[in-house]
Ligand binder design. Structure first.
Ligand SMILES: [Zn+2]
Length: 345
């Protein structure tokens, strides 16, 4: 029995090997179709998990002030809790609220601002995790096989880049800011702008930035001043020759396609209060020729608001002149032999 099995393996082994080699070399479509279906599945799952944009109709009531006059306040104080629902009261009995506005603002800024918020995609909504590093620059970059990740801060994601905590505990993804903002309408009104003006918003997914712009009120979104974007570019973006050779159609699914890339930078270009952008881009071997790279960089040239705009890329190439950003390429081997770090940060 054993001898017959060995004989069968000896006869069939080379045939199987030959078939696999033949399929890989002469029928690449088989391989591509498999990859394509994975990409398609990932894309469909992301579509299903997309957060809903804000409704076009105005909110039933504003979350921010104005507060009523003190006279109305006195009248409302005698009303039942049900009658007072949705109405604002002056917080004259609160010792915190009796502090001067300047001091209160320092407290709000310390609680909701001055941090880096890593934005994550969750099921039908966005979340944000406060960076654990002392500053965005010190937050360690990593590559998890699909995209950049900051393992110490971002946690785990599934194959569709949807946040998937493995700890089993329901981890909060509100950056510890929601309880304060929800505690009082006056606090919300005084503190909410610090959330957008003093934090760095950090993204590792282009769709996440797009959803962020769609799920915020436009006047709040435009307050953002500091942006950090990491993105792993998918081959063969901006390479029409290579795309024609591929049998997949489309060659790239969103968010890896050119349309999503260009839309992302259109959104960033519309952010009039931006003061700082750091974009970190990874593309394994770089671009086939400088024309492809120039096409990829063209949408970034329309972003002119920030006073500091850095683009770190993982590949070598020519110097870029006349751009609103500073393109930082990896240090050439031998240029700085004392440092093994590939990124010139
Ligand atoms: Zn971090």
């Amino acid at each position: 029995m054993r001898a017959s099995s060995i004989a069968l393996s000896v006869v069939c082994g080379p045939i199987v090997c030959f078939y696999v080699a033949f399929a890989a070399c002469f029928c690449p479509a088989r391989l591509h179709r498999h990859t394509e279906s994975e990409e398609k599945k990932r894309f469909e799952r992301r579509q299903k998990m997309a957060p809903k944009p804000l409704p076009i109709r105005p909110l039933e009531r504003s979350l921010t002030l104005p507060m009523p006059s003190p006279v109305i306040d006195e009248k409302m104080a005698v009303l039942s809790p049900e009658s007072r629902r949705g109405k604002s009261l002056h917080q004259t009995q609160s010792r915190l609220m009796r502090l001067p506005l300047e001091l209160r603002e320092m407290i709000w800024k310390a609680v909701v601002g001055d941090s880096t918020m890593h934005m994550i995609l969750k099921e039908n909504k966005l979340g944000h995790l406060r960076c654990k590093a002392p500053s965005a620059i010190e937050c360690p970059l990593g590559f998890n096989g699909r995209t950049f990740s900051r393992e110490c801060c971002w946690g785990n994601v599934d194959s569709a880049n949807i946040w998937a905590p493995t700890s089993g505990i329901k981890e909060p993804t509100d950056g510890d800011i929601v309880p304060l903002l929800r505690s009082c309408r006056q606090i919300y009104s005084e503190a909410v702008n610090f959330l957008y003006t003093t934090n760095t918003f950090s993204f590792s997914d282009l769709d996440c930035l797009r959803y962020f712009s769609m799920t915020l009120l436009p006047h709040r979104f435009s307050l953002v001043q500091s942006l950090d974007l990491e993105w792993c570019m998918a081959w063969p973006i901006y390479d029409p020759v290579a795309q024609q050779l591929l049998l997949n159609n489309p060659a790239l699914y969103p968010p890896n396609d050119e349309a999503t890339w260009e839309e992302t930078w259109r959104i960033i270009a519309s952010m009039s209060n931006l003061k700082f952008i750091r974009a970190s881009l990874l593309y394994f071997d770089g671009f086939r020729d400088p024309t492809c790279e120039e096409k990829m960089l063209a949408p970034l040239r329309k972003v002119t608001a920030p006073s500091k705009f850095e683009v770190h890329v993982s590949w070598h190439g020519e110097e870029i002149r006349g751009a609103p950003f500073q393109l930082i390429r990896p240090v050439e081997r031998g240029e700085d032999s004392s440092d093994d770090e590939d990124w010139d940060v």
